[in-house]
Design a protein around this ligand. Structure first.
Ligand code: ZN
Length: 143
C-alpha cells in the first residue's frame, strides 16, 4: 500500500454539454483551470458509451460498446497528472430501459445530459507512470 494525503478544496458543480464526451469535457475543464488533482462523481444520461475491461494477462483493454441510450446510475473518478497533463480516470454503472446494468472502466461516453461534481484536492503532485507489472499507468506514491 502507498498513499498521499490531500485537503479538499473547491467543489465545482458542472453541467456537461449535450453531445460532448464526458471524459474529454472533464479533462478539458481540469486543464483550463489548472486542476491537477481531484475526485469527481457524475449522474445523468448518455446516448452511447464504450466501456473497457482490462485483460490482466494481455495488458490491454477489451472494449465493450454500449450502443444505445442509458442512465449513468453511478460514476466515480479521479484526476491526476499523466504525461504532464490532467488525466481523468472514471468507472461507471450504466442502466438500460429495463434497469439492467453494465459497468466498467469508462473509455468514451456521448452525453445526453450530465451533472459532474468535482472536488479539487490540494496537496502533493499526483502523477501516473507506466508500471511494468500491470501494464497500467499507476500513481507514483510513497511506500
Ligand atoms: Zn479504470
Amino acid at each position: 500500500m502507498s498513499k498521499l494525503e490531500y485537503k479538499s478544496g473547491s467543489l465545482i458543480m458542472m453541467r456537461v454539454s449535450h453531445n460532448a464526451d464526458l471524459i474529454q469535457q472533464i479533462t478539458d475543464f481540469a486543464a483550463s483551470r489548472n486542476i491537477e488533482t481531484a475526485t469527481f462523481t457524475a449522474i445523468g444520461a448518455l446516448k452511447r458509451a464504450t466501456l473497457g475491461y482490462y485483460d490482466q494477462n494481455g495488458h490491454q483493454y477489451n472494449e465493450i460498446d454500449i450502443g444505445s441510450a442509458c442512465e449513468i446510475a453511478s460514476c466515480i473518478g479521479n484526476i491526476s497528472i499523466k504525461d504532464g497533463a490532467p488525466f481523468a480516470h472514471a468507472h461507471v454503472v450504466l442502466s438500460d430501459d429495463e434497469a439492467n446494468t453494465k459497468a466498467g472502466h469508462l473509455l468514451r461516453a456521448t452525453v445526453f445530459a450530465a451533472e459532474v461534481h468535482i472536488t479539487v484536492l490540494n496537496g502533493p503532485k499526483l502523477e501516473r507512470k507506466y508500471d511494468d507489472v500491470t501494464g497500467l499507468s499507476l500513481w507514483q506514491t510513497k511506500d
